[in-house]
Design a protein. Structure first.
Length: 515
């Protein structure tokens, strides 16, 4: 093994250009002459708006791109080896020897049919006599409570925060020198986010692991990164090695995102008079079964929600907050009509047969909510025609284009498929699909977590206008305290399945204490 301490750069990307080859024979320039250097034992943040090319850069380094064309002068040097000049097999071997990835969505990255411990054990380069002990030791290093239980658990039985740390353990099992982390914090609550960020810092400092940290979270990038590169429109527009939020004289394209971040930090929504009640719940309780014996199918019931009662009114912007595992998403799915085996009563201001036309639920992970074989145009048109009688084709096309424009996407996206979209673009398509039927209640279950601050502000401002235009209510499930405080007039805070606070948004400082 080479001595990484003697290397000036553990990774060097030079003049990297990537063109996507489209079905019509044209080329879409995703990256243009990108230059990035990653030093040993450091965290380098790659920042940019949704669709700027951040994820494409990470995939190019890991050789995970398909149907693309690289520029002739493109160069990726890993541990002093020019990988693009190698054969496909040698390139893959070199990358696997030195690099690992940490995904945005750990659920999609793991095999749902295998227990977590077995999946981590498979990642070791060499097998040991006590493989189980080695995996559990990794789980302990990842600050996972009850590591023995997590070893035997399936991915769906863990919270996203736990799963992300299991994925980090899987990445570390091969002892990589570089970890490409693509938006790893976007799905995590502040507690799990703090744990994972401290692990990043410790691994970089004590183990010499280098991180290419792809993110749109300006606060985390400013706190964690030793250096940063800002990408916009596939080009590097700024870079530095000082805290990002303390940097002056940024280009206008970057400064508008910084301004949007600061505006969201200080903005507070005005109070609204409660109007017509659209939906109310009374003593909502939900149990989920945990299988303890495979053969006898014996199940032990655990209360996910306990005696939840509240109401939402026309014109409200309501925040639903709480740590991972508190029951937020379960409650959101009950309100969205996706879970119906709950105990308690729910009343709404429309016939039961029209429930899904008036209530639209937008999932956290757009990758699993969008059909992979349908283009955006078909997805939006199908959503509209499933509830309304089709008008003329021209009118439907015009409506679809207008909704796409509302979520800041141009008509060229109508022909694209799911695999051609970035994480943030997928979320905006999911939002457009919900808006096309003009719902009375819109439930966003962490649906904005994949978007940068500027786009978040644009969409939330748009939703604020739609509240009045369509006389609807929005329920926003989020871990983002600034997002909730800046736009929600009322919050419902859950913990261990119970409501522990209901009222105006509470403002916290960086340490999690009330101001």
């Amino acid at each position: 093994m080479k001595d990484t301490e003697k290397l000036k750069n553990i990774l060097a990307v030079k003049d990297l250009s990537v063109n996507y080859l489209l079905e019509d024979g044209s080329r879409y320039p995703a990256l243009k002459r990108i230059q990035i250097e990653l030093k040993p034992g450091t965290i380098h943040a790659v920042i940019g708006q949704t669709g700027s090319g951040k994820s494409t850069l990470g995939k190019a380094i890991l050789d995970n791109l398909s149907n693309v064309e690289l520029g002739r002068e493109s160069s990726i040097v890993i541990m002093e080896t020019e990988v693009l000049s190698l054969s496909a097999v040698a390139r893959r071997r070199t990358i696997c020897d030195w690099c690992a990835s940490l995904p945005q969505n750990p659920l999609l990255a793991m095999n749902p049919t295998l227990i977590c411990g077995a999946q981590v054990a498979e990642a070791f380069k060499t097998k040991t006599q006590n493989q189980r002990r080695a995996v559990i030791d990794l789980f302990v290093d990842m600050q996972l409570e009850e590591p023995e239980t997590i070893y035997s658990a399936y991915p769906h039985q863990l919270s996203l925060g736990q799963l992300q740390r299991v994925c980090l353990a899987m990445a570390l099992a091969r002892k990589p020198r570089i970890i490409v982390a693509d938006e790893p914090f976007s799905s995590l609550d502040p507690v799990n986010s703090s744990i994972l960020s401290s692990l990043f810092g410790r691994l970089a400092e004590s183990e010499g692991t280098s991180f290419l940290f792809i993110t749109h979270d300006l606060k985390l990038a400013s706190k964690l990164a030793h250096a940063w590169t800002w990408i916009d429109g596939g080009e590097v527009i700024a870079k530095g090695n000082n805290p990002l939020l303390q940097t002056a004289h940024l280009p206008d394209r970057a400064q508008k995102v910084i301004d949007a971040f600061h505006a969201m930090q200080i903005s507070l929504p005005g109070e609204k008079t409660k109007e017509e009640c659209l939906l109310s719940t009374e003593d909502i309780t939900y149990y989920h079964g945990v299988r303890r014996d495979f053969w006898r199918q014996r199940r032990e019931k655990t209360a996910t929600l306990q005696s939840i009662g509240f109401s939402v009114h026309r014109g409200e912007f309501v925040g639903l907050v709480g740590p991972s595992g508190s029951g937020k998403s379960t409650l959101a799915k009950i309100l969205g009509g996706l879970i119906d085996d709950f105990i308690g009563n729910m009343k709404y201001a429309w016939p039961k047969s029209d429930y899904f036309r008036h209530v639209q639920y937008i999932m956290q992970d757009a990758s699993t909510s969008l059909a992979p074989l349908l283009n955006v145009s078909t997805i939006l048109k199908d959503a509209y025609t499933s509830f309304y009688k089709a008008r003329s084709q021209q009118q439907v096309d015009e409506l679809v284009r207008k909704v796409l424009e509302d979520v800041a996407l141009d008509p060229s996206y109508l022909k694209k498929f799911r695999h051609q979209l970035s994480g943030g673009e997928k979320q905006r398509i999911a939002l457009a699909r919900a808006l096309v039927v003009a719902p009375k209640i819109l439930i966003l279950d962490e649906s904005l977590s994949a978007l940068d601050r500027f786009v978040q502000a644009e969409i939330l401002n748009l939703l604020q206008t739609l509240i009045d235009k369509y006389e609807m209510c929005i329920i926003l499930v989020s871990h983002d305290v600034d997002l909730i405080a800046g736009h929600c007039g009322r919050v419902l805070e859950l913990d261990h399945g119970k409501v522990i606070y209901s009222g105006k948004p509470r403002i916290f400082n960086g340490s999690g204490d009330l101001l």
